[in-house]
Every structure is written in structure tokens, then in C-alpha cells.
Design a protein around this ligand. Structure first.
Ligand code: ZN
Length: 369
């Protein structure tokens, strides 16, 4: 059984799409049998169908699908609903609501259409005898409990590298779970810690398979294991306070991503600890888990800073009699936006005395957007 991961554009999959009812459904230039014999009982659910289209439009990944190689091309083993949803949408068979408006494919701008057509589906193409294909199909669908993506990758990229990697990352009580107990979430036997480490070292979840393919025949997995230990050691060196309350904030953050980006930054653990204490104490910081990323990147969005509530905004609007203090023009309430007179970064708090209502244009000017 040969299995290969391919990225195939929607444009190619919808090529020559044809739904001939009972006689079958084809796509991919007529080469893909979308509804082979064992897939007849396709049940149509509009909510799921819409969700597929929304996912594609937002450029979020869909789960990997499976095609099997046949004499005349391919047949779809798994992913029928997703495939048909995309084909039907591009074909103009249904519309999906955006901002309360139903929008079919023909209602989209050229740019929006191109985004959908250029979207890449990730597909495992499997080649083998019918018996092997059937076994494979059973394996990926055992009693409805599907293998996770990482379990599946483990099924494909076997060899000495994987055996060694599992020793460090995938057994109950594996060293990686112990080393990362304050910082890394997940269960070793579900392959969650291995997956995380691979995602970090590979540079993204979609690059895990590539990393595994490149290292499949390595003698051992010490590169990965050493990298993982360095990530944890680095995080612990700059953020040494890992008591119970802190672990709640730190566990499960993307420490490997932080490490990749900031391992050479000059960081002072004592100063960082002082800032953490201040930020935890700051009522305007709503996402305390975002503190660590904020300290590394300076990106305030990770803190989910508190916004002015409606009561404060109404009150301020009345006080200003609807006049924007910058352009001196009068606006309706819903045309105005609340602004921190002194920004949070300069010590301004989210209190009424630090609030002003600006017209949309002046608010954007002020925030430099
Ligand atoms: Zn104004």
C-alpha cells in the first residue's frame, strides 16, 4: 500500500464536475469518482454544507481526505460531503449567508471566487489492491472513531526514526510529558505531544508530514528530542516562576513558536516577572494567558484589553452632546466610537474619565489605521 499526501486546488477538483444522480458523481476532470459503490448513502445536511464553504472562504484547513487510485483514475474513500459541498457551491447549486445576505458563487467578486478556486485541499492518495484499500478504509473508520491526523501520519512514516520518537514522546509517562509537564498540554498515547513538537520544529501543522517524510529513515529522533528540550529549557529560563497559578496561564501556549522567533532576544527574567505581576493585577488585561506572548512580541491584541461598556459610552455621548471633539461635527451615537484619551500602553485606564467618543474617521486616524 502506497500513500502519498497531495495538495490539490479546488479549481482542479471541480473541473468537469457532474452529478448524474443514481448514475454517479464525478469531478477532477472526470477522473475522480466522488460517489463509489460503498458511498451511496450520502446524507445531505445544509448546516454542514454551509460550514464547509465558510471554512474554505476563511482559508482555514479542512480535514485531510482520502482518494484511492483505480484503473480509470481515482475514487473518493473519505471526504465525500466536503467534496460535493465545494463542487455544488462553485457550480451555483446553493448560496451561503454572509452578513445576512445569501451569496452564491456568482455573487462573489472575481477575487473572492479566485480565493476559493485556489484553495488547496489536502488529500492522501492511496494505491494498493482492493483488499488493502478495504482494510485501510476500515482502519480509518473503526466504529466511527477516526484516527487523528498524527496517528495516521504515524501509520505512514514508519521506520527507526518513528520508533525512537515514540520512545520519547508517545508512551504513557514518556520523558517529553515529564519534561514539559508545566508547559505542554496533551496525552502522549494520543500522539498529542509528538504532534506539538513536530509542529514547532517543522514550522507549522501543515509541515509535519514533510518533516516526517524528510526524517523517516534517520537512525533516531534525537534532533527532535533535543529541540523539544531546548524549547522547554529556554521558556523555563526566562519564565522560571511556574507555580500552580502560573502553570494555568502557561500550559498549552505555543512555546516552540515563541522559541523559534525569540530565542536570540535579550530577555531579563527578573524584569519579565515584575511585568507579569503588574499585568495580572491590571484589570484592563482580560486575557491573562496572553501576557507571555505580549511580553515577547509587544502585541497588545494578545491581552484582549477591556473595551468601554455601553453605559459609559452612552453617558459620554450625552456629555459631549453628540459632538466629536476633533472635527467638532455632530454624529449619531452609532456613528461614534469610544477612544482611550490616554492609551493603555501609556498607562491610561478603561474608566469614564479617560473616555471620549470620536467619529469613526477620527478614531481611525488616531489609532493610525
Ligand atoms: Zn470627528
Amino acid at each position: 500500500m502506497k500513500i502519498e499526501l497531495r495538495n490539490i486546488k479546488v479549481r482542479e477538483v471541480v473541473g468537469d464536475y457532474k452529478d448524474d444522480g443514481e448514475n454517479g458523481v464525478v469531478g477532477y476532470g472526470g477522473k475522480l469518482d466522488i460517489r463509489p459503490a460503498y458511498q451511496r448513502e450520502f446524507i445531505y445536511k445544509p448546516e454542514q454544507r454551509d460550514l464547509v464553504i465558510r471554512t474554505v472562504r476563511k482559508d482555514f484547513p479542512l480535514n485531510t481526505m482520502y482518494w484511492a487510485v483505480t484503473e480509470s483514475g481515482y475514487e473518493l474513500m473519505d471526504g465525500q460531503q466536503r467534496t460535493i459541498s465545494v463542487c455544488q457551491y462553485v457550480n451555483g447549486d446553493f448560496a451561503v449567508d454572509w452578513d445576512g445576505q445569501p451569496r452564491g458563487f456568482s455573487n462573489l467578486t472575481h477575487e473572492e471566487q479566485e480565493q476559493i478556486l485556489e484553495y488547496e485541499l489536502s488529500i492522501y492518495v492511496c494505491e494498493g489492491t482492493d483488499k488493502e484499500k478495504l482494510d485501510w478504509f476500515k482502519t480509518i473508520n473503526i466504529a466511527g472513531e477516526r484516527l487523528t491526523d498524527q496517528e495516521l501520519r504515524n501509520a505512514i512514516y514508519t521506520g527507526p526514526w518513528l520508533t525512537d520518537a515514540k520512545r520519547w514522546f508517545s508512551k504513557t509517562g514518556a520523558p517529553a510529558a515529564h519534561t514539559g509537564e508545566n508547559l505542554v498540554k496533551g496525552t502522549p498515547i494520543r500522539q498529542e505531544i509528538l504532534e506539538k513538537a513536530l509542529e514547532w520544529i517543522g514550522g507549522g501543522n501543515d509541515l509535519i508530514a514533510q518533516y516526517m517524510a524528510d526524517h523517516q529513515h534517520d537512525k533516531d529522533a534525537s534532533e527532535l528530542w533535543q529541540y523539544y528540550q531546548e524549547v522547554i529549557a529556554w521558556a523555563t529560563r526566562i519564565f522560571p516562576n511556574q507555580d500552580g497559578a502560573r502553570v494555568k496561564l502557561m500550559k498549552g501556549l505555543d512555546w516552540g513558536v515563541f522559541y523559534n522567533e525569540h530565542k536570540s532576544d535579550k530577555l531579563n527574567a527578573t524584569k519579565l516577572e515584575q511585568q507579569i505581576v503588574e499585568l495580572i493585577d491590571d484589570d484592563d488585561v482580560e486575557s491573562k494567558r496572553g501576557i507571555y506572548e505580549y511580553l515577547l512580541t509587544g502585541d497588545e491584541r494578545t491581552l484582549s484589553l477591556r473595551a468601554f461598556d455601553d453605559k459609559t459610552k452612552q453617558k459620554k455621548y450625552q456629555q459631549q452632546k453628540g459632538v466629536c471633539p476633533v472635527c467638532k461635527k455632530k454624529f449619531e451615537y452609532n456613528e461614534m466610537e469610544a477612544d482611550h484619551i490616554m492609551p493603555w500602553s501609556k498607562g491610561g485606564k478603561t474608566v469614564i474619565d479617560n473616555c471620549q467618543m470620536l467619529c469613526g474617521q477620527d478614531n481611525r486616524m488616531k489609532s493610525g489605521k
